[in-house]
Design a protein around this ligand. Structure first.
Ligand SMILES: NC(=O)c1ccc[n+]([C@@H]2O[C@H](COP(=O)([O-])OP(=O)(O)OC[C@H]3O[C@@H](n4cnc5c(N)ncnc54)[C@H](OP(=O)(O)O)[C@@H]3O)[C@@H](O)[C@H]2O)c1
Length: 319
C-alpha cells in the first residue's frame, strides 16, 4: 500500500517513521519544513543510519497540492500527524487553528474520498472538558471543548465525517515522545536543573507514548488492508472514532515523579500544587481519562501501562 504521512516532523510523525522502516508498505513522509538536525540524529540513534529521513514538502491547507501528491504517488491511505497543537496560543490564533485543525483534515478527507482510500486522523481529549465527568469517557460522549484548540479539533472530526470518506479518528491525550517538545522532555530538564519544583496534582489523565499510538495506527492499517482486499468500494466496516492513550491514570505530579525516578534525577524536591498556582488561558478538566474498550475490542490492540512506556522512552532519551 502507498501511505502518505503528514506532519512527519512532529512527535507522532517521527514515531511513524520508525515503524515504517520495517513495513512492507511504501511510506511518503511530508511536512511544511525539512526535518530538524536533532530529529534526524534521534531517528538514526533509535532506528539506525539507514532510516528514511526524507521529507516531501506538503502544506495540508492546500487541497490542490494534496490532490497532486495523492495522484502522483497513487496514495491509498493518509495518516494525518499534522495539527496546530499549542493549546494556549490557539486562544489568540483562532483562524489559524481552525485552518490547520478543521479545514486541513477536511482537505485530506476529501482527497481520500476521491480515491476511495482510508483517512487516519488524530484528535484529542480536549474535545471534552466543559461538562465535567469522573469515569473514563467513551467515544459517544458529547463534545464540550473549553478552548479554541479543542473546539477546532472537534470541528475537524465533524468535517471529516461529513465528507463520507473511510476514516478512523483516534482521540488521544498527554502525548510525548523522544522527538520535539513535550512534558517529559521539559520535566527531564527541570528536574535536572532545579532544586525544587511544583507540579499540579488536581488534574488527572493518562500519558500516551507516541510510539504506542503509532503502533495502534499500524494495526488499523493492517486491518484495513485485509478488508479492502476483499470488499470492493464498500465502506470500511470499522469507520469511526476511537479513544487511545496508555493504560492507567495519574496526575501531572505523579507523571513528573516517575519521570524523575526513571531518569535517576532524584535530587529535585518535587511538590504537588493546585492548578490555580499556574493560571492558563484555557481551563483544563480535573479528570480527563479516555475509555479504550472500543479500540481494544475492535482491533485487538493491547495497550501498554503508562509507566512501562515511559520507562522505554526515557531509556531511549538516555541512550
Ligand atoms: N501533543 C499532545 O499532547 C496531544 C494531545 C492530544 C492529541 N494530540 C494530537 O496528536 C496529533 C499529533 O500531535 P503531535 O504532538 O505529534 O504534533 P506536533 O509535534 O506539534 O507536530 C505537528 C506537525 O505538523 C506540522 N504542520 C504544521 N502546519 C502544517 C501544515 N500546514 N501542513 C503540514 N504540516 C504542518 C508541524 O510543523 P511546524 O512545527 O513546523 O509547525 C509539525 O511538524 C495532533 O493531531 C494533535 O492534535 C496531541
Amino acid at each position: 500500500m502507498n501511505i502518505l504521512v503528514t506532519g512527519a516532523n512532529g512527535q507522532l510523525g517521527n514515531e511513524m517513521r520508525i515503524l515504517a522502516k520495517n513495513s512492507a508498505d511504501r511510506y511518503i513522509f511530508t511536512d511544511v519544513v525539512d526535518a530538524s538536525e536533532d530529529s534526524i540524529a534521534m531517528l538514526k540513534k533509535l532506528a539506525g543510519d539507514d532510516i528514511n529521513t526524507d521529507i516531501e514538502k506538503l502544506d495540508i491547507t492546500k487541497l490542490d497540492a494534496i490532490r497532486e501528491v495523492v495522484k502522483r504517488e497513487k496514495i491509498e491511505a493518509i495518516v494525518n500527524c499534522a495539527a496546530y497543537t499549542n493549546v494556549d496560543a490557539a486562544e489568540d490564533n483562532e483562524s489559524l487553528a481552525e485552518l490547520l485543525n478543521a479545514k486541513a483534515p477536511e482537505n485530506l478527507a476529501i482527497a481520500m474520498n476521491e480515491v476511495n482510500g482510508l483517512f487516519v486522523h488524530v484528535s484529542t481529549d480536549y474535545v471534552f472538558g466543559g461538562d465535567p465527568y469522573n469515569t473514563p469517557c467513551k467515544e459517544d460522549q458529547k463534545g464540550t471543548p473549553t478552548g479554541v484548540y479543542g473546539l477546532t479539533k472537534l470541528h475537524g472530526e465533524q468535517k471529516i465525517q461529513a465528507t463520507g470518506c473511510n476514516y478512523v479518528i483516534l482521540r488521544t491525550a498527554w502525548l510525548y515522545s523522544e522527538f520535539g517538545k513535550n512534558f517529559v522532555k521539559t520535566m527531564l530538564n527541570l528536574t535536572a536543573t532545579k532544586p525544587q519544583l511544583k507540579v499540579v496534582f488536581d488534574q488527572v489523565g493518562t500519558p500516551t507514548y507516541a510510539l504506542d499510538l503509532a503502533n495502534a495506527i499500524s494495526t488499523i492499517i493492517e486491518d484495513y488492508k485485509k478488508e479492502s482486499l476483499t470488499i470492493n468500494n464498500e465502506p470500511y466496516t470499522k469507520n469511526g472514532i476511537y479513544h487511545f492513550s496508555n493504560e492507567g491514570v495519574c496526575s501531572w505530579y505523579d507523571f513528573t515523579k516517575m519521570i524523575a525516578d526513571y531518569s535517576g534525577q532524584t535530587e529535585c524536591d518535587i511538590q504537588p500544587c493546585h492548578s490555580n498556582e499556574f493560571p492558563s488561558p484555557v481551563s483544563r478538566p480535573s479528570y480527563s481519562v479516555l475509555d479504550k474498550s472500543k479500540i481494544k475490542e475492535t482491533f485487538g490492540i493491547k495497550v501498554p501501562y503508562w509507566t512501562e512506556s515511559l520507562k522505554k522512552s526515557i531509556n531511549n532519551l538516555k541512550k
